[in-house]
Design a protein around this ligand. Structure first.
Ligand code: NDP
Ligand code: 13P
Length: 332
């Protein structure tokens, strides 16, 4: 059995840990909450983050100790809230094996640097990019947790690394595809969250399918253009990690980003929506980073800009839509 460490015992880390265990690996979760680590070890449960999983596989254990978690692990998976990834990972730098591959499940942009998670992870760990892979796709954790059929894309600049990670996470209900477009995959995951906030907001305000579709389609155009400007392959945005994830996230109350937006749309303040959120809504800190990224690449980001006015200045849903669609007629 291959040992795989999963850093971060949140909803997706724990659920993906179950995928890896179901795929035949020995999985050690690393977390910072003693109660969560204790519950995984003694009750085979993570009642805080994955309450719908009644019993985690026997091949899953957990540790509070960094060294114990990654010692002998051939693959190290990172599923930590994006804004905390760098500080959480730096202490792992001397501990991760020289041949280990590091995999990011995170869908975010670092607010203070506007950097993608592949950049944050490789910088924090001093990792060559050939030993890094990202996994992204339409993977609402509660559905994967009950083993509904799902697929994801594993991207690495090294086709061998992508293949190795894909083989490790292929389970009867979880189908990985491979790609070398790390930048595209990272931007799909992070930027669809900003669109999900806006679509959720329109739903919360009472608007229907047409409004949701127009925001979603413009969001896709925006993230594709930004991705291409950053060096990504446009094909990635039409695939599972792009359109696929956008469809899942923008249509589901299981998405924290959609729900955060929905709550804003029905009148909650940012503080109230944050309080109501069940886990991290990555689109919130990513929004201004997307605006910053657009500015540095010379690419307009009207949707992210409108959402930043929602988050920073309290713009309401009607104002957000007016800002997005109220300008002069232009080519699509
Ligand atoms: N849930 C989903 O459906 C999916 C999520 N993702 C992505 O995966 C990433 C993780 O999401 P998810 O697990 O759902 O989020 P959760 O909010 O459930 O969990 C976040 C995790 O980050 C940990 N964390 C936060 N700060 C620190 C820190 N300083 N040091 C160590 N650990 C820390 C939290 O620990 P603690 O519990 O102790 O606070 C928690 O385990 C996100 O980027 C998300 O976009 C990707 C695909 C699907
Ligand atoms: O990325 C996800 C589904 O693919 C999860 O979305 P949320 O982070 O909005 O819950």
């Amino acid at each position: 059995m291959t040992k795989i460490a999963v850093l971060g015992a949140g909803a997706w880390g724990t659920t993906f840990g179950q995928v890896l265990a179901d795929a035949g690996n020995q999985v050690v979760m690393w977390g910072i909450e003693p109660a969560v680590v204790d519950a995984i070890n003694h009750d085979h449960r993570n009642p805080v983050r994955t309450p719908t999983i009644e019993r985690l596989p026997d091949a899953m254990t957990a540790s509070l100790d960094r060294e114990e978690a990654v010692d002998g692990a051939g693959i190290v998976v990172v599923a930590i809230a994006a804004q905390h990834a760098r500080e959480a990972l730096e202490p792992f730098r001397p501990l991760i094996g020289a041949d280990a591959v590091v995999v990011s499940l995170m869908k975010g942009i670092e607010r203070t640097t506007d950097k993608r998670m592949d950049q944050v992870v490789t910088e924090a760990l001093g990792l060559p990019e050939e030993r890094f892979a990202a996994v992204s796709g339409p993977n609402l954790s509660r559905e994967v947790a009950v083993r509904q059929p799902s697929a994801a894309v594993v991207a690495s600049v090294s086709p061998e690394t992508a293949q190795r990670v894909a083989q490790a996470c292929e389970a009867p209900y979880f189908k990985p595809f491979v790609s070398t477009d790390v930048i595209g995959l990272e931007l799909c995951g992070a930027l669809k969250n900003v669109t999900a906030l806006a679509v959720g907001m329109s739903r919360g305000a009472g608007y229907g399918e047409n409004t949701a579709a127009m925001i979603q389609a413009r969001g896709l155009a925006e993230l594709t253009a930004l991705g291409e400007a950053a060096g990504a392959d446009a094909k990635t945005f039409a695939g599972l990690a792009g359109v696929g994830d956008l469809i899942a996230t923008c249509a589901s109350s299981l998405s924290r980003n959609y729900t955060f937006g929905f709550n804003l749309g029905r009148g909650m303040s940012i503080e109230e929506a944050t309080e109501a959120s069940q886990g991290v809504a990555e689109g919130v800190p990513a929004t201004n980073a997307v605006v910053g990224m657009g500015r540095s690449l010379g690419e307009p980001t009207p949707l992210a800009q409108a959402m930043s006015h929602v988050l920073d200045q309290g713009l309401d849903c009607a104002g957000m839509i007016e800002e997005l669609f109220g300008g002069p007629i232009s080519a699509e």
